[in-house]
Design a protein. Structure first.
Length: 323
């Protein structure tokens, strides 16, 4: 677990002065809600537990994350959670909102040394930076959504964290609660073990489990896609983006360096860039490296939708370059 004070180790990235929230002195303590329900996760909003928090830390090296430590049964926090979720979903993957129920996950709250809910942190490259602790006024919350969130994206970009968060589907209809989201119910029974391993951040284990699913059913397209994603994250989820890109630029003929930076592109949602990078590498005369590049591309090809035009174009070009 990474405590919040670790942000002090990275003085080059600071949110100090971005928004003046020093007037927020009150602490909000958990109280049961009476009406309505918490807005569901979905889009670029996820719910995080102790078992999945490590994976969030790792992926913050690829795209920035806003952590909301809250109590979903406290009605006073529902409006804030909805406004934050709507704002971040409107940023089309530039940020992810990770919500943590501090009643269900007290260890995380203790690690961040908060006294109550809500509390907000920005997470960039595994380093948490405090935004606020306490319930903001409407004006303060508007300042966060309009001003601070775009600044977090800019700070992440300056740190070389330039990827896009994955889209996890639409939130449930209004009135549903987070507990009713039922995302695990959509996971095929044969995939449950692999899905849980991935959720726990054990991507290598998830890839092996999905491989076993494919042995039983080689035509399971979903398992093939999830296996490819797990292999990708097992290799590169915690990679230093700046170092990988610098190595690729310094060693344009090194196949391992080019494969590594293509992984970064894929994790960041830059699918066409990843395809083009490896195809251009082959086209530049590196036919001796055809086998590892072809293998990596075939792995990537399992990730987009089958009718994705980028996929069709890349398949055609790979076929041409192979002969």
């Amino acid at each position: 677990m990474v405590a919040a004070n670790q942000s002090q180790k990275n003085p080059g990235i600071s949110l100090a002065g971005a928004v003046d929230l020093s007037a927020i002195k009150h602490q909000v303590h958990a109280e049961p809600g009476q009406a309505g329900g918490a807005p569901s996760a979905g889009g670029y909003v996820i719910d995080v537990t102790q078992s999945t928090f490590q994976a969030v830390l790792q992926t913050s090296a690829t795209y920035p994350v806003v952590l909301l430590l809250w109590v979903p049964t406290d009605d006073r926090l529902i409006g804030m959670a909805k406004k934050l979720g709507d704002a971040i979903n409107g940023m089309d993957g530039k940020l992810q909102l990770a919500r943590i129920d501090i009643n269900a996950e007290p260890e995380i709250a203790q690690a961040f040394q908060i006294k109550g809910a809500p509390a907000l942190f920005a997470l960039i490259g595994g380093r948490p930076m405090p935004i606020l602790e306490g319930l903001p006024s409407d004006e303060e919350l508007q300042q966060i959504t309009d001003t601070l969130l775009p600044q977090i994206v800019q700070l992440a970009q300056q740190a070389g964290v330039t990827g896009m968060a994955p889209y996890s589907g639409d939130a449930n209809a209004e009135g549903d609660t987070a507990d009713d989201a039922g995302l695990d119910d959509q996971v095929p029974p044969a995939h449950q073990q692999a899905h849980q391993l991935a959720a726990d951040g054990d991507y290598a284990g998830a890839a092996e489990a999905y491989a076993q699913v494919l042995e039983a059913d080689p035509n399971d397209v979903l398992a093939a896609r999830e296996r490819s994603k797990a292999l990708l994250l097992a290799r590169s989820a915690s990679a230093d983006v700046r170092q990988v890109r610098a190595a690729a630029a310094a060693r344009p003929d090194d196949v391992d360096a080019q494969l590594a930076v293509a992984d970064i592109d894929m994790i960041g949602g830059q699918i066409e860039d990843a395809f083009s990078r490896l195809l251009d590498y082959l086209a530049a005369g590196h036919k001796a490296e055809l086998d590892p590049v072809r293998k990596r591309l075939l792995e990537y090809f399992a990730i987009p939708a089958p009718d994705d035009p980028r996929l069709k174009a890349a398949r055609r070009r790979l076929s041409t370059l192979m002969y």
